[in-house]
Design a protein around this ligand. Sequence first.
Ligand code: NOJ
Length: 658
Amino acid sequence: MRKAIIAAAIIAIVSSCATPAGNTVTSPDGGLKVTVDAPDGVLQYTVVKDGDTIVAPSRLGFELMGGNVLGIHTEVLEVTHSKADEKWETVWGEQRIIRDRHSGAVFHTAWLDIEVRVFDDGLGFRYIFPESLGNIAIKDELTEFRFTRADHTAWWLPESVPYYESYADHTTFDKIDCAHTPLTITGADGRFYTIHEAALLDFAKMNLVPTDAQTLKADLVKWSDGTAVYVSDTRVTPWRTLLVTDRAGGLVESRVMLNLNEPCKIEDTSWIKPGKYIGIWWILHKFLYTWYYDPATPEGHGATTERTMRYIDFAADNNIQGVLVEGWNLGWNGDWTRLPAAFSFTQAYPDYDFDKIMKYAASKGVQMIIHNETAADTENYFAQIDDAYALYQSYGMHYVKTGNVNVLMDGREAHDGQYGVNKLHWTVEKAAQYQICIDEHEPCIPTGVCRTWPNLMTGEAIRGQEHDAWEVDGGNKPEHQTVVPFIRGLAGPMDYTFGTFDFSNPANPQCRTRTTVAKQLAEYVVIYSPLQMANDDPAAYEGVKAFDFIRDVPTDWEQTKVIDAVIGDYIVTARQERGGSDWFLGAITDENARQLSVPLSFLGKGRWLAQIYADAPDASYENNPTAVEYSEREVSSKDVLDLRLATSGGCAIRFIKR
Ligand code: NOJ
């Protein structure tokens, strides 16, 4: 394995009987403590941070189909403690070297084990079903998060909106109906908390419902037959995670979720490369061209050989590694959401010369990102997947964008129930066999499985920029991108697809991207993905100075620091290029213009050239989004930069070592 553990693990295992002290796991820095016990026979856990109880005794366990309950009439029989301190190298990511330092314990009860890991900035726990329990069917997970204050507020995505494509609500717990995770709490105690999960495999996704003003309870996505999870071969649940930090930015910098996933299972990862892409995509969402080919009006079809080759040329000339083409393959005519079996993943429309395009892209060193919209019909997709992936691989192509439009997979099961989780994951492992990286649209929310399968590079599960082309509310509201890093972003890479320079939208004039261009640039730093799109038609970039930033910005990072942030107002993020010395900074704001003072203490020693792409004084997202002012100045780590952001504006900076 390329990414071997690079520092020796220090692991100690100590076994103890269940004593009060033995029931507590304390983080390496001593600040965070988790206690698992079973007073009166009811299994529960409690969390204390710096002496404050932050999660009061909260239920653990399951109700099974048929009525039996795991986690009552029980006791903790034995506790096995452990410690770990190791470093590992990511294949790609926001941080190259990650330290996994935690204290752990497994709490054994008669029918259920609980494994806990406590880090300095958060914790995870999961359930282990002993083999002696046999196969079981779960009806309900009883896990609670019983916070100690009713005046905490949560940023949450409503479960009712398909594919996670909604704005976040910001409310007290009692206003939540059913929320997706990550759910982020701005604590009335000044702390920040995020509930999510890690390593969701062969299980159902966990949503959260309030049971009183300060308690959130797990609510598993069900199969169509009402069962939550069938437990057979996989005997562990995903980790339930709680981040606890003093700064909002600490949530973004936390690596708890990745540390709780298994190490990389792909031996040779040399073909898994982050990068940028353009695509025959935005012109489709703006309804300027169609996905389908109509012989009566062939000029309306987007994915033509000639246009694709033009995009390939532009990519090759501008440090863009990939070209996405949608609507190249048979199956888009008519209502394709109702006719998913019509999709072919190997046969192209007559005006798209597949073989010529693949060979041309390869000759130019450009990767084609091959679109496979399945309309959530896995039967049709899996019947073709080997032929399709083998075909793409034969041209040296390593990227597929999958689509799963349709709220039920195969017409019957949720994307994030156990069925959907397994089908989506099967595709990732299949793709790895053919050295293919996946950009997964309409997915299940990510949970860090990309550590184990780094060919799962990015995905949607977000109200991304496509909504700026056609959404009835006129496009994403300016606050949205300042919230995204603190909810969806904590689950993993986001294929948000920014890069708009041309704000016209003739087919839907009531709708457009509601940011400035400088904010579009800054989003390449703030909103993380190892695959980042430059969504606009290349013609919009020709001769525009601001495009230099997109050309220069990397998508793979040595380290990441959130310099300053108020969730829903603004965020300033700095990232250092992996394998290089340059730093990149992105600052974005909501609908309010604002001045920010940014200390450059993250820069190393010496002098740096700052290439600054800022909102011009007369820029505003409503009236003058394209006014970008470019300037250069020499700076050092002692300097503080004053940034002036327009309404829904931003600032993007590259720092080059002198
Ligand atoms: C929705 C996806 O999010 C979008 O990127 C894609 O263009 C369409 N489905 C068509 O597959």
